[in-house]
Design a protein around this ligand. Structure first.
Ligand code: DWN
Length: 411
């Protein structure tokens, strides 16, 4: 069901240095039905390591992807912030790479077709690729043709034969899910037209470490990217990094843009600046990660203490956003249905289910104004502004928000 990583997936270094042990935790999107609550759950180890050679932070164990991605409950269209970010990506690509009605955009990990819908809105041809059977069906209903599979060089050749080459390939929050990065880049090389670009977005390791975002470390995310290992990766493929943007999405993300090596395009000086910044911060020193691990323990202890104190005062606490990261936070910090009464989430597929490991029921968002808990723990802290804005009325009526990272704060 899971295997131990033998060597760094980018540079092959066998000596990966363990810095964080989050323990055995169920899969972060492994929500349970009421009937499943009494049955034994599957737990998987969660250990993070640093490759001191190329700088890639990665998990020590890899769960079989079919356990996680064949039936996927997460959909991006539940957040305005995320949809705005998708709209921005489509606008950027459309403007900068002169797309037209004959252009093709392929999205790897296309989920329910949310990102591609924006490209479709510009009249551009689209094609999604995603292994989740349930989501591919939803995307098809929206008119987004979706290949229901994992991307591989073999599949890429088939797609190339049927649909031709793409002007733009996108991959948002999915590169971290993929074990064989060289196969991914090989697939992109096959599918990308001569002047095409490959746009990837993922949470930025520097922000994760600086802001104690330990709960984004989970089984689905095999790698945690920064500039240095990406450059190392491209030294072995025919793609080159030429532009980069930092965005606030998901607590701080990097949007990176690759082109084919033989195409002459200016390499943005921001790439070198970010690399220098990473080195100056000590992002490739093991001691940075040892300090991070200590801070993680401190945040966790503090959160537990805060919630227990509130509970002792006879007050009620609900959670907001049954996010994958939320499930890591709850399990690692031992926060269960004794501390949190319920969690609200706008995703229809999560409502009526229970959180993995901690067994907290999930309700629609309206439950907040129905029961008016004294405190809300924002588990989807990456959308704290959006959530607090949506629940203004709750706040006006005396409700309080707890945000767990970078440090426990009460608003
Ligand atoms: O990389 C990944 C990211 C993009 O999505 C995946 N591996 C898995 C997933 O992670 P996550 O579940 O931690 O993602 P989010 O986007 O932080 O999840 C937010 C959750 O909060 C969703 O279930 C929707 C929910 N939500 C809500 O109920 N009301 C969100 C907002 C903004 C809201 O107003």
């Amino acid at each position: 069901m899971y295997k131990k990583v033998k060597a760094c997936r980018i540079c092959g270094n066998p000596n990966l240095k363990l810095f964080l042990t989050l323990g055995n935790i169920p899969l972060p999107n492994g929500f349970l039905t009421k009937n499943q609550l009494s049955k034994p759950e599957k737990y998987f180890p969660l250990n993070a390591c640093l490759c001191e050679k190329c700088g890639l932070v990665q998990l020590q164990e890899i769960v079989n992807p079919n356990e996680m991605f064949k039936n996927y409950v997460y959909i991006p269209s539940t957040s305005k912030t995320r949809m705005n970010n998708f709209s921005e990506i489509a606008e950027y690509a459309n403007k900068n790479f002169k797309l037209n009605h004959n252009s093709l955009v392929i999205d790897i990990g296309s989920n329910d077709g949310s990102l591609l819908s924006y490209f479709k809105g510009y009249g551009i041809k689209t094609l999604g690729i995603d292994p989740a059977v349930n989501l591919a069906k939803i995307a098809e209903l929206k008119g987004i043709t979706t290949i229901n599979n994992y991307i591989t060089p073999v599949l890429a050749k088939k797609i190339y034969k049927k649909y031709g080459q793409a002007n733009v390939i996108t991959a948002t929050n999915v590169v971290a899910h993929i074990d064989n990065l060289y196969d991914l880049f090989k697939s992109v090389e096959i599918l990308l037209g001569v002047n095409g670009v490959f746009i990837c977005e993922f949470p930025y390791l520097l922000d994760l470490i600086k802001n104690n975002q330990f709960d984004t470390i989970y089984h689905e995310h095999l790698s945690y990217f920064s500039i240095k290992p990406l450059i190392k990766l491209t030294s072995r493929v025919n793609l080159e990094l030429f532009d980069v943007f930092r965005s606030n999405i998901d607590g701080g993300s990097l949007r990176v843009v690759f082109k084919k090596k033989n195409i002459k395009l200016e390499i943005n000086a921001k790439i070198k600046k970010l690399l220098d910044n990473e080195n100056n911060y000590g992002l490739y020193n093991f001691s940075t990660y040892q300090k991070f691990a200590k801070r993680v323990k401190h945040v966790s202890d503090n959160l537990q203490k805060t919630l227990k104190k509130i509970k002792k005062q006879g007050k009620t606490i609900a959670g907001y956003g049954a996010a994958a990261k939320g499930n890591i936070l709850l399990n690692y910090c031992h926060i269960n249905d004794k501390l949190i009464d319920y969690i609200v989430d706008s995703t229809p597929y999560k409502q009526g289910l229970f959180t993995p490991g901690t067994h907290i029921p999930i309700f629609p968002e309206a439950e907040i104004m129905k029961t008016k808990p004294d405190y809300i723990l924002i588990l989807a802290w990456n959308f704290a502004f959006e959530i607090m804005d949506k629940e203004k009325k709750y706040k006006v009526q005396g409700g309080k928000f707890i945000i767990p990272v970078p440090k426990v704060t009460i608003n």
